[in-house]
Design a protein around this ligand. Structure first.
Ligand code: JFZ
Length: 598
């Protein structure tokens, strides 16, 4: 129950922040990152862009299965979901012998994948230490394995030049009578949290800071009810023992050197300060015997591209098995992503969010002297329109094969002529060499709609909202702990509660306008109005099902109009309820699909 309360509290925090997400760059960290020294401290993190999360513990031995009962979703929560008594769960120790663990192999894999830092679970909520500790017998040293894998990883990371980092659950500890989260073996009101922090949590964090060499960061998690004093004493320890070790925002209390968003969440707009998106490879952090929903190589490359185009890092997780081996499908995917980064890494590492907001063709990243255009959708007329671009250019080429490209510029737009053949179907990156600085035009530039793409997606974060309508961050889940995040237009209950897009149509053409939304049964059947400049299109909403934090937000695509552009130029789309009523729907995005009659 405490976890649920904590997650809901965290979600409320995210929800509050999301109020300010609408169509602007999130600049909410200047209050905590206030000086140059701090930015120098985080420079390696901001340049790194790609990290490997490793959830490895006693839970890996179980793989989500306990006495022939399977726990779907995040497997590392099995003990809590099964209310498995400590005395029972601890028996996993007897057979935990990860003889296939090889630190050198893990670090080589990370390096070959283009990964710059590794975050390994030192102690997860189960309370089991994956390292040698003097403050608990519940550790890997008291298993048949009898080795300290974190020590071996420290040596390998040091040898290969990767940053070693640790995940530590500073408050939840289902093994301990005074730790957080176990209300099935222990009585909440009898817990002495201070005793837990002072006899296990803080001493173990001190061991991690003292015995494994320089750490890149400590990834705290689920701060729960930890007091400000306890949090401050953890931070003081870190600053004293390893001043350059970064602290994740899940230390709590709005502190931390960088911001971690929710599991599986990417902010809809760029975030100016250091931040990280964390994603599972399948749908579980810990190894799961029956979760095969692994993201493909293309999905990982597109996810990395999306995150980096908003200025963040991707921390991608693998869940090693109880025998210490990383699932083969994760190994193969990581190696393929690494091959892609060997060719395209200059557009990823050391960049920040691009000044050109998302366009039908894709997104942008930027570093000194170079603008990178990530072309995810190839224009069929080979004309790549880059609106809002005012820079001075010396050269334009395809990054992966150095093919020089011809371009034209006017006062506010650059148009690049692309080859007919698509060099990289997933993400062909165009490198634009700059001879001067670029102004920060994010979101000033319009969305340029062209009939030469299969679809033109209008992300809801690009919309303006009016009346009581909101652009809101929503969280739901398919499986326990497998969080899904969507930004939607919500609270549209009256004609004045509208959202609108301003679009620049580059040439004549015909389009279907499709709304992608979620609508609960009891709200469906209401009428909405889509205005395309002065043209009016009426529609009736369809039901998709009910949703809450524990059930998925499912979307439907409904074509509500067809429009014909007789001459290029700016058009406005406005969407609202036709009458007063219940919330019309939760609008996730608007899609314009060109129609070709010849
Ligand atoms: C936490 C852990 O419970 C989980 O097992 C995993 O380690 C993950 C990386 O972190 O899960 C969370 C924590 C916070 C939120 C959601 C899931 N949140 O703030 O929405």
């Amino acid at each position: 129950m405490r976890y649920i309360k904590q997650c809901l509290l965290n979600l409320l925090v995210i929800l509050f922040l999301s109020e300010h997400l609408n169509a602007q760059i999130i600049d909410m960290w200047d209050k905590t990152i206030s000086n140059k020294l701090q930015s120098e401290k985080t420079q390696w993190f901001q340049d790194a862009k790609f990290g490997l999360f490793v959830h490895w513990g006693l839970f890996s031995q179980a793989g989500g299965e306990w006495k022939e009962k399977r726990f779907y979703g995040v497997s590392e929560w099995m003990m809590q979901r099964g209310k498995i008594p400590v005395a029972e769960y601890s028996k996993l120790v007897e057979d935990f012998n990860p003889t296939k663990f090889n630190a050198e192999e893990w670090v080589n894999l990370a390096k070959d994948a283009g990964i710059k830092y590794i975050v390994v679970t030192a102690k997860h909520h189960e309370g089991f230490a994956m390292f040698k500790t003097n403050f608990s017998n519940f550790s890997i040293m008291n298993t048949p394995f009898k080795r300290d894998p974190l020590k071996e990883l420290s040596a390998s990371c040091n040898k290969k030049g990767l940053k070693l980092c640790f995940y530590y659950s500073q408050n939840l500890d289902w093994h301990e009578p005074n730790g957080g989260g176990n209300d099935w073996d222990f009585v909440e009101k009898n817990k002495d949290y201070s005793s837990y922090y002072n006899t296990k949590s803080i001493p173990q964090i001190t061991e991690l800071l003292s015995n494994y060499g320089p750490l890149g960061l400590i990834w705290f998690d689920m701060p729960g009810g930890i007091s400000k004093e306890q949090t401050q004493s953890i931070i003081s320890k870190i600053k004293k023992l390893q001043p350059n070790c970064l602290i994740s925002s899940r230390i709590g209390l709005g502190l931390g050197d960088f911001r971690d968003f929710g599991d599986g969440e990417v902010p809809p707009v760029p975030v100016k300060e250091p931040w990280e998106a964390i994603f599972t490879h399948n749908d579980s952090w810990g190894y799961s015997k029956f979760d095969f929903n692994f993201k493909t190589v293309q999905e990982i490359i597109l996810l990395l591209t999306d995150v980096v185009s908003k200025g963040g890092n991707l921390l991608l997780n693998v869940g090693p098995k109880g025998d210490g081996s990383i699932p083969e499908v994760s190994v193969k995917c990581l190696l393929s992503v690494g091959k892609w980064l060997q060719v395209n890494g200059d557009a990823i590492y050391g960049t920040t969010y691009g000044p050109i907001p998302p366009q039908p063709w894709g997104v942008s990243t930027l570093k000194t002297g170079k603008l990178f255009l990530h072309v995810l959708h190839w224009p069929k007329n080979s004309q790549l329109i880059v609106p809002g671009f005012t820079g001075k250019v010396s050269e334009v080429k395809i990054l992966c094969n150095n093919t020089p490209l011809v371009w034209e510029q006017n006062a506010s737009t650059m148009t690049i002529t692309l080859p007919k053949e698509i060099p990289d179907e997933t993400n062909t990156i165009i490198e634009v060499l700059l001879t001067g600085p670029l102004n920060e035009s994010y979101f000033d530039a319009p969305i340029v709609v062209s009939p030469w793409y299969d679809h033109c997606n209008l992300d809801i974060s690009r919309a303006r909202n009016f009346g009581n309508s909101k652009i809101e961050h929503l969280t739901s889940s398919h499986y326990f702990g497998d969080w899904k995040h969507n930004t939607c237009a919500t609270s549209m209950q009256a004609p004045a509660d509208s959202i609108s897009y301003q679009l620049n149509f580059s040439e004549v053409g015909d389009y279907k306008i499709i709304l992608e939304y979620s609508c609960p049964f009891e709200n469906s059947g209401q009428e909405g109005l889509l205005k395309f400049d002065e043209q009016k299109f009426y529609f009736q909403t369809l039901a998709t099902g009910n949703y809450d934090n524990w059930h998925p937000l499912l979307f439907i695509q409904q074509t509500v109009s067809e429009v014909s552009i007789k001459e290029p130029g700016i058009r406005k789309i406005t969407i609202s309820p036709l009458q007063n009523g219940k919330e019309l729907f939760k609008l996730n995005r608007v899609v314009l699909t060109p129609i070709h009659f010849n």
